[in-house]
Every structure is written in C-alpha cells, then in structure tokens.
Design a protein around this ligand. Sequence first.
Ligand code: BG6
Length: 442
Amino acid sequence: MAKKTLVIFGITGDLASRKLLPALWNGFLNGRFKDLSIWGVGRKPWGNAGLHKNAREVCEPKDEKAWQAFEKKLEFFRVDVEDEKEFNGFCEKLDGRSDLLFMLATLPSLYEKISARLGKLENKGYRRLMIEKPFGHDLKSARALHAELAKDFGEEVYPMDHYLGKSAVRNIVVLRFSNPLFEPVWNNQYIQSVQIIQTEQQGVGHRAAFYDETGALKDMVQSHLVQMLARVAMECPKKWVPAEVAKEKAIVLEALRPSDDIVFGQYAGYEKEVGHASNTETFVALKAFIDTPRWKGVPFYLLAGKNLESRFAQIVITFKPMHYNVPALPSTLTITLQPEEKFILKVNLKRAGESELEPFKMEYCESCEIRPRSPQAYEVLFEEALEGKKTFFTWWPEIEAAWEFVEAVQKKAKGKKPLTYKPGSPIPKAAEKIVDWKEYGE
Ligand code: BG6
C-alpha cells in the first residue's frame, strides 16, 4: 500500500480537470508522486471508470505504459459531504491510514464543514489541508475562515495560489537577489513603473454563478496579481525561510494603496451567460502605489481580464531614462509567465554602421528551450505540501493585507459601472488612459 494519500474533494469539478489532474500526471512523468495514492471525492456517480475516463481525456497521455501505472493510483469515492452519514462512512476509510494530504477544490462554502470532520480523523502520521482560493470574500470572512480551519488543522493549513508555483514567479526573487545587476537599481530612483497583467481568451464558461459573486478584482487581483507584486517589491528577508519571506511580502502588501485610477469592464454577452443583469467586472485595470522608502512614487499597474484577444501573463519593469542627452528608449525587464515562461532584458544598442540607438532583447525562455515538461504550478505545490513545506504558499497575514487592499479599491470604485468591451478585443481603450501598455505582448 502506498504510504501517503492525497484526497481531492471536488474531483469532478472544473479545477480538477483543468489543473489538478494534468499537474499530477505531469509530476508522475517527472518522477514525482511515486508513493502516493490519489483519492478523488465527488458527488457525481462516476466510479473509478468515470474518473479514469475523465483523467485520460484531460491528461491526453502519450505513454500508455506510464498511464496504466498512474491510473492505478486514482480511486473515486462518491460522497456527498453534506450528508453526515455518507461523509462519516467515507472518513472511516481514512482512519488508520498514514500520512494524509487533503485538497479542497469544492465550493468555498463547504470548507469549514469538511475541515471540521477531517479534523476528527484518527489517522497515523500527518494531516494537512490545502485550500484553493478564494479565502473568504472579504477581510472579515477571511479571518473567520482562518480561525475555523486552524481549530481543526492548526498550522497545517496550506492556502494555495497557483501563480506562486509558476517557475517564472518563483524565479523573481532569484533574479533580484542573486544578480548584482538588479538590486542596486531596484528602487524609485531607477524604476519608472511596474506593470503586472494577466489576460485570458476564455470567458467565465460554466463558472458563471461563482464568478458573478466574485469578479476580476477578487478573483485575480486579490490573489495572483498582488502575490506577484509582493515578490517584485519585497525587501530581502533576514533569512531565506518561508516564514521570513512571508513576513516581508505582508509588509509590502500592507503598504499597498490604490490610486483613483481604476477601470472596470465587462465583456458583451456576459449578462446572458449569468442569466441576469449584473455589474460584476470581468476586467479590471488600476494604478497603485507602495508607501515604502524604496517604492515611493513608483506606479504599479495591475490589470486582469477575461475574454480578451490573447492569453497572456507578464510583469514589466520599466527603468527610468538616463540623463545623457541620448534619445534612448527606457530599458525594460520583462518576466513573462504565459504563454511561455521567459525573461527578457531590453537594452539600447547601436547596430554596426548605424547612428541611431535601437532596443535589443536578451532573452531566456525556460518553458520553450530547456524542458518541454516543465513542472506545472500545482505539481510544485502538491510536492511542497507533501513534504510539509510552505515556501510557495500564501500566508494569512498576506491574505489579510490583500483583502484590505481590495476593500480600499472597492471603496474608491463604489458606484462605477463597468464599461462594455467586445469579446476577443484588445485591452479596452479606457484602460490605456491610466496604464502605459506599450510593452504589452512584447
Ligand atoms: C484562477 C482564477 O485562480 O486562475 C481563474 O479563478 C483564472 O478565473 C485562472 O482563469 C487563471 O490561471 P492560469 O494559470 O490559467 O493563468
């Protein structure tokens, strides 16, 4: 029998199909999760055959022998966690097993209920709980959620932000703190602006009901965007241990303030998808500042949107121009997460025989050149949690600071109606007025 068990609640849902199963399969091909059983829990009457069929469809295996070995790890359990008798029956199967890692990919409203029952298990070894965002729907509910989960799991709660598992995001601090080229100029004296954007081609699809309660600000800015910002802007921790890193990230997020420049948008046809009139934003662009000596006066532009022309995620650091009377373009450092994981440094040079300066790119592409099977974000996070590490997880003080920021944005944007944009369109024009997007897409 495998020593460890990963139990995924919500295995028949969207997240499991889009991200969790492909990440586990990719990890398996990368030599991970060998001693792991994977139990999928859901309400639909799938059975093992149904789970295996779905997993095959979403993982698209090319290596049949490896797939057979992976499939053997996957077991399905039909459980309605709201039915006490049924849930207790399932939990009895877990009593007596050894190390257990739980992943909650269900409706967030079920988190406390599931956690309370799992907290009473009598398994051997460890018991850890990974939860998918959103962590509450505002500051107050996030605090309450933390308090409830801590009753059952203490410090063994792992709030996930899968962007922190992406290789390019993990590398931000490596780039900053291991290259003397960057740290000396990483401040308001040399940096003109920082922009962090994430655009998607897909609309809300069958997550319409959930999304309509959430919107782009809470769905993307509260989590992924401010988490990237924190890694770009944090001070060097006293020690490179997760708790110290988390402390520095929280300090930056606590100092983050929105300006009045905020644009909300909604793609045409959204209301039809959700089935009623709605002011929920599917696009947000805003300008914020960080009140610390290092960043005073530097605008941080954050943008996220669905149903736009491309799938793109990128951080652009634009440096201030030099004062040597040379008509140079600003140098930029671009960290691209999607569609490829890339680092691009753009500098001014002259071509031989030419008199004009031109921007040239120095580029490193992790995902396209080095390893075609780069570890996926959730793969990294599962591996970390199985080992009891929290390096790439979010910590509660950061979550709280992010909610405070979101609430400050909501206060400033109160009463603003989202503008309408055409599905598949470029970034809405209104956002261009507040944000300098000229590096977008390069
Ligand atoms: C999720 C959001 O956290 O991230 C989704 O809830 C979004 O709305 C997704 O589509 C984007 O993730 P990625 O890795 O595909 O950019």
